[in-house]
Ligand binder design. Structure first.
Ligand code: GRF
Length: 217
């Protein structure tokens, strides 16, 4: 096993924050991590108010306050370091992080996407799945690289597409799976069961995520 030994998680959000809530509520049950801060790039993000109400450390860093992306990312970095963050979870965070930011966090930035990547990256993946006529879709937790929704896969959960589904119905079913999967994937990374060096095409899976959970290790 290599890597791992992380514990303190920074969660980056832009909106609703249901995955943030799932990560928070699962922290005790699943174990292996704690939420050290929540950062939003929008003051109106519902997840930010929710995090404040839980007494979590929060910050709002509006990207439009910065002329350069590098300055926005320097502010993010400052806040993450201030809270001794070791791993970053993107949870509905609608900004692309640059390679120079990510180089400071090799194998330490995770994202969740509501499709079975590499199918349907980008916006409206649930509608993309419906348009393609697939019978299953799902969600993917992956390491973040500079290319959108393209970093090495950590784990995935399959969700059926049912007759009569619209974007709302499929999104809801996939979101339930997201809330189950993201905490388990985060724990696996924190424990070093899954590791990415920041450069290879694939992550090193020392112990599959769901197996780690079953064993409770
Ligand atoms: C989720 O579907 C996530 O997969 C995607 O954005 C959505 C965020 O939802 N990246 P929430 O803010 O966590 O409720």
């Amino acid at each position: 096993m290599s890597g791992g030994g992380f514990r303190r998680v920074g969660v980056l959000i832009s909106g609703r924050g249901s995955n943030l809530q799932a990560l928070y509520h699962a922290a005790d049950r699943v174990g292996g991590y704690e939420i050290g801060c929540v950062i939003a790039n929008r003051a109106s993000a519902a997840g930010l108010a929710w995090a404040q109400a839980q007494g979590l450390a929060t910050a709002c860093i509006p990207h439009q306050d910065f002329a350069q992306k590098a300055d926005f990312e320097a502010a993010l970095q400052h806040e993450l370091v201030r809270h001794n963050i070791e791993v970053i979870c993107l949870a509905g965070f609608m900004r692309l992080l640059s390679a120079s930011f990510l180089d400071r966090w090799p194998g330490r930035v995770l994202n969740i996407h509501p499709s079975l990547l590499p199918s349907f990256p980008g916006l409206h993946p649930q509608q993309q799945a419906l348009d393609a006529g697939v019978s299953v879709s799902g969600c993917t937790v992956h390491f973040v690289s500079a290319e959108m929704d393209a970093g090495p896969i950590i784990t995935q959960e399959v969700v059926p597409v049912l007759p009569g589904d619209d974007e709302t119905a499929l999104s809801r079913r996939i979101l339930n799976a997201e809330h189950d999967l993201y905490p388990k994937a985060l724990k696996a990374v924190c424990k070093g069961h899954v590791h990415w060096d920041g450069a290879s095409d694939r992550a090193a899976i020392h112990q599959p995520v769901l197996e780690s959970t079953v064993n409770g290790s």
